[in-house]
Design a protein around this ligand. Structure first.
Ligand code: ZN
Length: 300
């Protein structure tokens, strides 16, 4: 009944206002592009600024990105300084007043989640530490749900003629998402308390969600390649704490995880990290289907 109401509202608003072109959405990362597509359907045209197998910490402010930002109606980015190396320059060069920080056309997903790993102190010597906390929030589907709530409202705000349309799609998405989270949590129950080694600190939100225990990190500091001395230390930690797997994101270089895998006889789990990171992770639902399935393999 509620659905029918929204459909009627959407039809009304369609006849009441002249048809406009679709909203141009500039998504800084593929997970937000996928989320906008879920909520916006055929009312949005999504451009993903980065690809799944790209290192999202190191992006160039290319002319193609500036051109896309110039015609965007909405930027959807993680924030939390993840894009600090390229987005400010892209926004400045694009000169598009609609999408500057503080405007409704600028949306930061990180504002709608509880942040983890906010550093107690800031020191360049600690590597690529993010002052506002770990920005890899998309690895917990509950965060995707929270961001989706806020993003649906934002779409309605900047495109009021289609507000009911976005509301209806959000209602449908939120329902499917809640059901999916229950399913993933049931499937992932055996992972609770399991010790893992990670290559980069890319998964604190995933770990918190599923109760995985990080016992060592292959990168001595975020974004810094492991040294021989550090690897020896990780091997010792692995020997002491009996991890079941070493995890890396699909975009990470394969070598550090392979080294530890050989040294400590640990299976490697490559996680998609975002939509498109593996052939299976075609959309947001498949991203978590695949993540949970891959984590369970070493337990079999
Ligand atoms: Zn990172």
């Amino acid at each position: 009944m509620q659905k029918l109401f929204f459909i009627l509202l959407a039809m009304l608003s369609l006849t009441a206002t002249p048809a406009r072109a679709t909203l141009n959405v500039f998504a800084c990362e593929p997970e937000w592009g996928a989320l906008v597509q879920e909520l916006g359907g055929d009312k949005v045209t999504v451009y993903n600024a980065t690809q799944a197998l790209q290192d999202v910490h190191h992006v160039q402010a290319k002319p193609s990105l500036i051109a896309r930002a110039r015609t965007a109606n909405l930027m959807v980015c993680t924030g939390m300084e993840l894009e600090i190396g390229w987005l400010p320059m892209v926004l400045r060069q694009a000169g598009n007043p609609e999408v500057q920080p503080g405007k409704p056309g600028y949306f930061e997903a990180g504002n709608y989640v509880r942040r983890l790993e906010i550093p107690a102190r800031l020191d360049r010597a600690d590597g690529d530490v993010h002052a506002q906390g770990n920005p890899h929030i998309q690895t917990d589907p509950r965060n995707i749900g929270r961001v989706g709530d806020a993003l649906a409202q934002r779409l309605a705000e900047i495109d009021p003629a289609n507000a009911a349309f976005y509301q209806a799609r959000h209602h449908d998405f939120a329902q499917r998402w809640q059901d999916a989270i229950k399913r993933w949590e049931a499937q992932a129950a055996p992972l609770k308390g399991v010790a893992i080694v990670v290559q980069h600190k890319a998964f604190p939100y995933l770990q918190e969600w599923l109760g995985l225990r990080e016992v060592a990190t292959l990168e001595p500091k975020p974004g810094v390649e492991p040294t021989v001395a550090h690897l020896a230390q990780v091997r010792q930690q692995a020997a002491n704490s009996h991890p079941r797997m070493v995890i890396r994101a699909a975009y990470n270089s394969a070598r550090p995880a392979e080294w530890l895998s050989t040294e400590a006889k640990l299976p490697i789990v490559v996680l998609p990290f975002t939509v498109g990171g593996t052939p299976e992770a075609k959309d947001l639902t498949a991203l978590f289907d695949d993540t949970v399935a891959r984590l369970l393999v070493p337990l079999k």
